[in-house]
Design a protein around this ligand. Structure first.
Ligand SMILES: [Zn+2]
Length: 308
C-alpha cells in the first residue's frame, strides 16, 4: 500500500550493509534459547510462537521496532505455537480456508484484513462479512500478522527485491535506489509483454505510444499515492513509470500533460496485487531460510477484479 520508504528516505544504504546485517542477525538467531530441542551449539529452533517469528523478522529491519505501524496482529496472539505459515498479499476468506486445509495457523499478509489501512473495525461490528471472517479466524484459531511497514523498511525494500527477482531485472537495478532500472532500449509494447508474462498479468492499463523506446524505468509497486509518484517522476525522469495502482485523477492526468508538453513518458499500471505479490514470495523465501523447521507456503491472493 503506502510506500513510506520511497522516495523520502532515499538515498538508502547500499546492499552491502544489508547483507552484513542479515548475516549478523542470522548468527544471533542460533543463540536464542527458545524451546530448542537440541542442546548442542548451532542448533536452530524446531518450534516457534507467532511472536518469535515476528521478532525474528523485525530484528532484520534497520531501526527495529516501529512505534507507529499498521503491522499488528489482526487475529490470534503472540503466544500461539505455529503449526505452519502462509504468506500472501491479502488474508482473504479464500486464503484463510486454504490455510486451514494446509493445517497452517499463521498467515502473514501484506495488506489489511478488514478493508481499511489501520484495520479499524469499530465501524464493522454489525457487518456480516466482517463477522463471518472474524468467526472463521477464531473458530480455527488462526493468527494474522500484517507485514507491510517492516518488509518495506528492509534495506533494500523486500517487496521491490521480490518484484525485481521475478522480472529478472535485479542486475539492471540501481545500486542505491533499486526502483530505478536501466534496460537496453525496448519498445513499450515489448516491455508490457515482459511485465505481463513474468508477473502473470492478464491485462494492464497504460498511457503511451506502444512503439516508444523505454530505457530508464521507474518501478513503484503498490499504491504510493499521486503526489509521491509525480514527485518521483520529476526527480528520476524515467521513460516509463510502472506502478501498482494510481488515482486516475492524479498521476494519469500528470502523465497526459507531460506527454502533451513533449516528454517521453509512459505509464504502465500493473494492478496493486500483481505489483506486490512477489513480496509475499520474498517473505516465503525468508521464512524457508530462517525458520526451516516450519512449513511455509505462499498462497497468491489473486486479483479481485476481472477484465472483460
Ligand atoms: Zn506494499
Amino acid at each position: 500500500m503506502n510506500h513510506s520508504s520511497f522516495p523520502d528516505n532515499y538515498p538508502i544504504v547500499g546492499r552491502r550493509k544489508f547483507i552484513a546485517k542479515s548475516l549478523l542477525t542470522a548468527g544471533a538467531l542460533l543463540t536464542i534459547p527458545v524451546l530448542t530441542i537440541a542442546t548442542g551449539p548451532n542448533k536452530i529452533n524446531e518450534t516457534y510462537t507467532v511472536g518469535e517469528i515476528m521478532d525474528l523478522f523485525i530484528k532484520e529491519v534497520p531501526g527495529g521496532v516501529l512505534t507507529n505501524t499498521v503491522d499488528t496482529l489482526k487475529a490470534g496472539n503472540r503466544d500461539m505455537q505455529v503449526t505452519g505459515i502462509v504468506t500472501t498479499m491479502f488474508a482473504t476468506i479464500e486464503v484463510i480456508r486454504k490455510a486451514i486445509d494446509l493445517g497452517a495457523n499463521f498467515i502473514i499478509a501484506h495488506e489489511p484484513t478488514f478493508y481499511n489501512h489501520t484495520d479499524d473495525t469499530t465501524w464493522l461490528q454489525n457487518d456480516d462479512v466482517y463477522q463471518y471472517k472474524t468467526n472463521l479466524l477464531k473458530q480455527h484459531n488462526i493468527a494474522v500478522w500484517r507485514n507491510h511497514d517492516y518488509i518495506h523498511s528492509l534495506v533494500p525494500d523486500g517487496v521491490t527485491i521480490g518484484v525485481l527477482e521475478q522480472l529478472q531485472w535485479k542486475k539492471y537495478a540501481d545500486h542505491d535506489v533499486p526502483n530505478i532500472i536501466t534496460l537496453q532500449a525496448i519498445p513499450l509494447k515489448d516491455l508490457i509483454g515482459h511485465l505481463k508474462e513474468k508477473l502473470s498479468i492478464e491485462k494492464v492499463k497504460y498511457i503511451g505510444n506502444l512503439s516508444q523506446s523505454c530505457n530508464r524505468l521507474l518501478l513503484m509497486p503498490g499504491a504510493a499515492g499521486g503526489r509521491r509518484q509525480i514527485e518521483s517522476i520529476g526527480k528520476v525522469k524515467p521513460d516509463v513509470l510502472i506502478c501498482g495502482e494510481i488515482q486516475e485523477w492524479e498521476t494519469a492526468e500528470y502523465i497526459r500533460d507531460a506527454k502533451a508538453k513533449g516528454d517521453n513518458l509512459s505509464l504502465v499500471i500493473l494492478g496493486h496485487i500483481a505489483s506486490e505479490e512477489p513480496g509475499s514470495e520474498f517473505m516465503l523465501n525468508w521464512l524457508k531460510e530462517k525458520v526451516p523447521s516450519i512449513t511455509s507456503t505462499h498462497i497468491p491472493s489473486g486479483n479481485s477484479l476481472s477484465f472483460l
